[in-house]
Design a protein around this ligand. Structure first.
Ligand code: ZN
Ligand code: ZN
Length: 135
């Protein structure tokens, strides 16, 4: 289990990550939602998610693709999920407080990356989602 929280501390959660499934997502939804060139998202086992505090502050935005959950107080992006969280859930690694000894394995959705940013060459880049990412 890892724990994560938002900037203001109102919302905290714990969840079990899926090993080896950390991606830098360059899709336009992630870029806008996070206000960044890309979002580093770690896939997690949705049925292990436990909101430790701030369930009332955890807001959902459902435009674009799937559900994006964020703190309604400070705006921190915390996680994305399918309507059925057991099907898909990823957490914004930047809001994870537990030290983890793994990093992004690939860049995803680079076809919609920012024109002003070039993904690092240290890990492979994929159009769309890498094969097997969601298995
Ligand atoms: Zn907050
Ligand atoms: Zn994305």
């Amino acid at each position: 289990m890892i724990q994560g929280s938002c900037l203001c501390g109102a919302v905290a959660y714990e969840v079990e990550l899926i090993p080896g499934k950390i991606y830098n997502c360059h899709c336009s939804w992630c870029r806008k939602a996070h206000g960044a060139a890309f979002a580093t998202q770690a896939l997690a086992k949705g049925d292990t998610l436990k909101i430790l505090k701030g369930a009332a502050q955890l807001k959902e935005y459902t435009g674009g693709r799937g559900v994006r959950a964020f703190c309604g107080e400070c705006g921190s992006r915390l996680m994305n999920y399918a309507p059925d969280k057991s099907q898909y859930l990823s957490v914004a690694l930047s809001c994870v407080d537990t030290a983890i000894d793994a990093g992004p394995v690939a860049h995803a959705n680079v076809e919609s990356k920012a024109s002003w940013h070039e993904p690092g060459m240290d890990i492979p880049s994929f159009q769309g989602i890498p094969d097997g990412a969601l298995d």
